[in-house]
Design a binder for this molecule. Sequence first.
Ligand code: GLU
Ligand code: MG
Length: 452
Amino acid sequence: MSGHNSDAAQALAREFSQQGVRYALASYVDLHGICKAKAVPLSHLGPMLQGSELFTGAALDGVPQDVSDDEVAAVPDPASATVLPWHPELVWMASDLHLRGQPFEACSRNILNRVQREAAAMGLQFNLGVETEFFVLRRDEQGRAVPLSTRDTLDKPAYDVRSLLDNLPWLDELVSAMNQLGWGVYSFDHEDGPGQFEIDFDYADVVTMADRLTFFKLMAKEIAHKHGLIATFMPKPFADRTGSGAHFNMSLADLDTGRNLFETDDKAPGQVSEIAHHFMAGVLRHAAAICAVIAPTVNSYKRLVAQGSMSGFTWAPVFICYGNNNRTNMLRIPSAGGRVECRAADISCNPYLGAALMLAAGLQGIRERLDPGPANLVNAYTLTPQQRDERGIKNLPRTLGEAIDAFAADPLSRTVFGDAMFDAYVAYKTEEWEAYHSAVSDWEHKRYLEFF
Ligand code: GLU
Ligand code: MG
């Protein structure tokens, strides 16, 4: 596009205007993947597409900019344009951030784009499908966050139809909105916690999926809010219930032909190709560091436990292992084959950063032809420490503190994030962990105050 009022920009503005759009949002994310934006009247779309919208990165949580630094410019990607289904007078566009005319190194979307370009140079396209688990709750008279449905009280609430029906008004609005956007929702259900739901939709190339996930969280929160409800992407809102994962379903396609390279001729259940094994080996090698990004909060580690659900299972991984269609593995190969599911990711993650580090680790596995070793085919929760030692199966980090130490110690983290974002991430997450660690909780009072 050459000038502010280039033909292409004018044509796009006309197209949006015919759909009733009046404002455009040049959006980008903070460290947590939460979207922020400036709105411009549609008459200003041309300049906006050229990067006229300047932001102070320092105003955003975790973005490594100083108050005295030059502003960053949001350069929207028109391919990501999404008219807000619940506010059709606005169109949202994911942006790449630029600083003084160059891509801003610490922008989450640029970080993912950089790794995606590395994959492209190897003739590969990373495809990603993310299973969105989240809780939708209301405040009761005492201000507690509780399920909407008073019938949502089962110990094993997974797939409960009655509670699903009680939640249908907002669910229907959200699912319809996703399908109106062409995302291809193929199922939704009540998950294993009271007030917990999951919506599954078609996979896409990784940047598109990260944009969609970012938009999805905004949309789910806003639609829930319209219905007087709170959608939360906190990974483990209740200690005795399952948490909210964001399982990453991953495959690599041939960039030219689109052929799925994780598929193999072996049509037995749960088979993936050699390249998929190398990819998994790379992810397993860097699993602890990756965890700091795909399970990025203090609360994330309360989800990654074997016990801690009234339903009997947490369904969340605890060990760094891969295997068959077995939900106790960190990397599971579903029976249909042709893809690998990382179950350690939770829904609070910044999908740009999480996918970037995961992909970089997988590409390293492919380049170095790493071997993931034998698959774990049994319930990993029941493996004794001795069995795990024999098989070289290590624990996932048990706290954000452990995860961030692993992230800081892994050279891949700095390579992928770039110096400024690496330093900012380590500093932010270390502070988060230490702030938590220095708080004294009710649990400690109950356990120790009168005991000692
Ligand atoms: N909610 C579980 C988790 O935290 C996953 C349940 C499932 O397998 O769908 O990962
Ligand atoms: Mg699920």
